[in-house]
Write a protein that binds this ligand. Structure first.
Ligand code: C2E
Ligand code: MG
Ligand code: MG
Length: 680
């Protein structure tokens, strides 16, 4: 491919080279012809001038007007011939290159056109009828070429070219010319001088045009090479972006988008050829255990080995993709019935059963596989995927290994099993997923400090499903990552519209543990902030205490990079986990949210009251803002105020509400950040 591009670029340069060469040669030829003509004309004029000078200075003073009027007697004739010879010598002495002038070929006419002198004496006395003579006798100098046969040894073409110049002769006192002289000058020396000049001019022209052409060609060639290098670099980065968009960062396998794309294509091809397509969803059974006992880095290394293992038992056209977490998909675009799909599933499971070696630790992995076949279990991607999900969950529940989807049994499967399939569909932007916002107030209830975005799912048949019912299910698979991206997208779009109407208010989004383990999260957040044009300081991410403490070292890196972006971070549900002071101090968070269970109980249970007090003191000692969640009554507010709590969130102030209602509330109640956050 690259070679082809090079060749194409080279041939383009060649084409430029040839065209510019042809143009340069054409310009050269034109210039050379114009200049040659100019040189020849100039030489002719010079020769003409020489003739005039010869006549006026050399010959005319030797003669008298009477010589013209009366013709020459022999004595005069002899004088004239001497004068002519002297003129020839004079000219030679002056170096006028008229060495052929001797003997000068000369005719002298009087006013009556009669030849009064000619070096060919027999012409004397004859009358000329030449038209030129009229012009000369009217006072003009006339010149032209005359050609005659030449049989002398020096002649190359047997022709002798002479410059024939007629010069009027006028003596003082005459109103009109007294006569005229016709002088023949040999043109050969002039022609030689012209040829010499033309040769020099041509050499200079060729040399300068060659240099010009080479310089231009070199400039264009180097500019074209530079452009080509830039284009190559752009192309490589575009290819990399395209690869990143369609492949999973951890394993390099096709991601869900690409698998889905290929499934679409396979379904279209199968419908034309009446073929069958199989989709297998594979979930590793003990993966969580491996992650929990050995740590995530072992988990990641194991996941990287799974793809090649699966591929090793598949055919070339089959696709292995990672959907997220420990969930993989295998697409068989051409399969011969359920039996073959089951055999492939068995082969895949066997391949995974062989122990994996992760840094010297031998790991056994079991997998559950859900199998669907088009057209038997559906003919569109969504339906097939939902059914594959169900089959996979049944396989997991009954520990059956591989399970083929059974329409009669599985369609009535418990709702939990269909949640994932439905959630995948809802994520396609059907509008079923949306956000409610709950304000966080200063304790006096006067101003809003920020908002928390809370996810809501309006299911088409089951109505409003609370986040507690589907988020934990999503957290069990890679879907949570896409769900989080969706929530961030919605929240930032809304934040931007509030900025646009003059209510710049910080919005908090909840993050699952799983997201904190994804090294791609900071880039994702950075990209979304940029896309929506929201300053990082207006986004807050809430992470639960237990999430961070689970794998603190790994979360720390992601949290630190988020913090570096300028995003604010909170510890959510504080009090429900077991925080280590040491870690709390190191986390780049600036807010602590006391879990609502303690706040609700603080006015009735001593234990909760102590915990809330301790949490507030701890938060303040670490320099954090302390937020009390679940503030339902006025008694909580006064107790919290006594303890010096900073911010409160709860039904006492406002319940979570739709964005439109929140806009009205923001228009009524000011935020404490007004004017303090730099906007883009
Ligand atoms: P959370 O982050 O602790 O959110 C606060 C929850 O407390 C919300 O429940 C809110 O409606 C509820 N709440 C607020 N004030 C009061 C009050 O005065 N009394 C009582 N009893 N409850 C109050 P919600 O909306 O049902 O959300 C439950 C949990 O679901 C959230 O707890 C959060 O952990 C999770 N969640 C919600 N949205 C998302 C999301 O987009 N992504 C993730 N990963 N989790 C989310
Ligand atoms: Mg929260
Ligand atoms: Mg909370």
């Amino acid at each position: 491919m690259r070679l082809l591009r090079r060749l194409r670029a080279a041939s383009l340069l060649m084409r430029f080279g040839v065209i510019s060469l042809v143009l340069t040669v054409a310009v050269g030829a034109l210039l050379s012809s114009v200049l040659s003509d100019a040189i020849a004309e100039r030489a002719r004029q010079q020769a003409e001038w020489t003739a005039i000078v010869t006549v006026r200075l050399g010959l005319q003073p030797q003669l008298t007007p009477e010589d013209f009027a009366q013709g020459f007697d022999p004595e005069r004739l002899a004088r004239v011939e001497r004068a002519v010879a002297a003129a020839g010598e004079n000219l030679q002495a002056e170096g006028r290159q008229l060495d052929d002038l001797d003997p000068v070929e000369l005719n002298i006419f009087n006013r009556d056109r009669t030849v009064v002198y000619s070096n060919e004496h027999e012409h004397i006395g004859s009358t000329s009828t030449s038209d030129e003579l009229d012009e000369v006798l009217a006072g003009e100098v006339v010149s032209g070429f005359s050609h005659s046969a030449d049989d002398s040894a020096g002649s190359e073409d047997g022709e002798r070219v002479m410059l024939e110049v007629y010069v009027p002769v006028r003596y003082e006192g005459s109103a009109t010319p007294d006569g005229a002289m016709e002088l023949y000058l040999p043109y050969a020396p002039v022609a030689a001088a012209v040829a010499e000049d033309v040769r020099t001019m041509t050499a200079v022209l060729v040399a300068s045009l060659t240099v010009f052409f080479l310089v231009v060609f070199r400039l264009v060639a180097s500019a074209s090479a530079k452009l080509r290098r830039q284009a190559d670099a752009l192309r490589t980065s575009a290819e990399r972006d395209r690869h990143q968009a369609t492949h999973d960062a951890l394993t390099g396998l096709p991601n869900w988008e690409l698998v889905r794309d290929r499934l679409d294509q396979a379904l279209a091809a199968a419908s034309r050829s009446d073929g069958e397509v199989a989709l297998l969803l594979i979930d590793l059974d003990r993966f969580k255990e491996i992650n929990d006992t050995l740590g995530h880095s072992y988990g990641d290394k194991l996941l990287r080995q799974v793809g090649p293992r699966l591929q090793s038992v598949l055919r070339e056209g089959d696709t292995v993709g990672r959907l997220g977490g420990d969930e993989f998909a295998v697409l068989l675009p051409l399969v011969d019935g359920v039996g073959e799909a089951e055999q492939v599933a068995e082969r895949l499971r066997e391949a995974l059963h062989r122990p994996f070696d992760v840094e010297g630790v031998s790991l056994d992995v079991e997998a559950s596989v859900g199998i669907v076949l088009s057209p038997w279990h559906g003919t569109d991607t969504e339906v097939l995927l939902r059914h594959a999900d169900i089959a996979m969950y049944v396989a997991k529940e009954v520990k059956a290994g591989a399970v083929v989807f059974e329409p009669e049994e599985h369609v009535t499967a418990p709702p939990r099993l269909t949640v994932l399939g439905d959630l995948r569909r809802a994520l396609e932007g059907t509008g079923e997923l949306f956000l409610h916002y709950q304000p966080k107030y200063t304790l006096d209830g006067e101003r809003i400090e920020g908002l928390e975005a809370l996810l809501r799912w309006q299911h088409p048949t089951q109505g409003l499903i609370p986040p507690g019912d589907f988020i934990p299910v999503a957290e069990g698979t890679g879907i949570i990552l896409r769900l989080t991206e969706h929530v961030l997208d919605l929240a930032l779009a809304q934040t931007r519209s509030w900025i646009d109407v003059g209510s710049a208010v910080p919005v908090a989004v909840n993050l699952s543990t799983r997201c904190l383990l994804d090294p791609g999260l900071p880039d994702l957040v950075g990209g979304l902030l940029a896309r929506h044009g929201v300053p990082a300081a207006l986004l807050r991410l809430e992470v639960t205490e237990s999430a961070v403490m689970g794998d603190a070292a790994r979360c720390m890196d992601v949290l630190q990079r988020l913090h570096d972006l300028g995003v604010k971070l909170s510890i959510d549900d504080f009090g429900t986990g077991y925080s280590s002071m040491a870690y709390l101090r190191r986390l780049p968070v600036d807010e602590l949210k006391i879990d609502r269970s303690f706040v609700l109980g603080m006015t009735t249970t001593a234990h909760d009251a102590v915990l809330v007090r301790t949490a507030i003191d701890l938060g303040h000692n670490l320099g954090l803002t302390v937020v009390a969640e679940g503030v339902e009554g006025a008694e909580h507010v006064s107790a919290l105020r006594d303890l010096g709590c900073d911010i409160a969130q709860g039904y006492h102030y406002a319940r979570p509400m739709a964005a439109e209602q929140m806009s009205e509330l923001l228009a009524r109640v000011g935020t404490i950040h007004e004017g303090s956050v730099p906007l883009v």
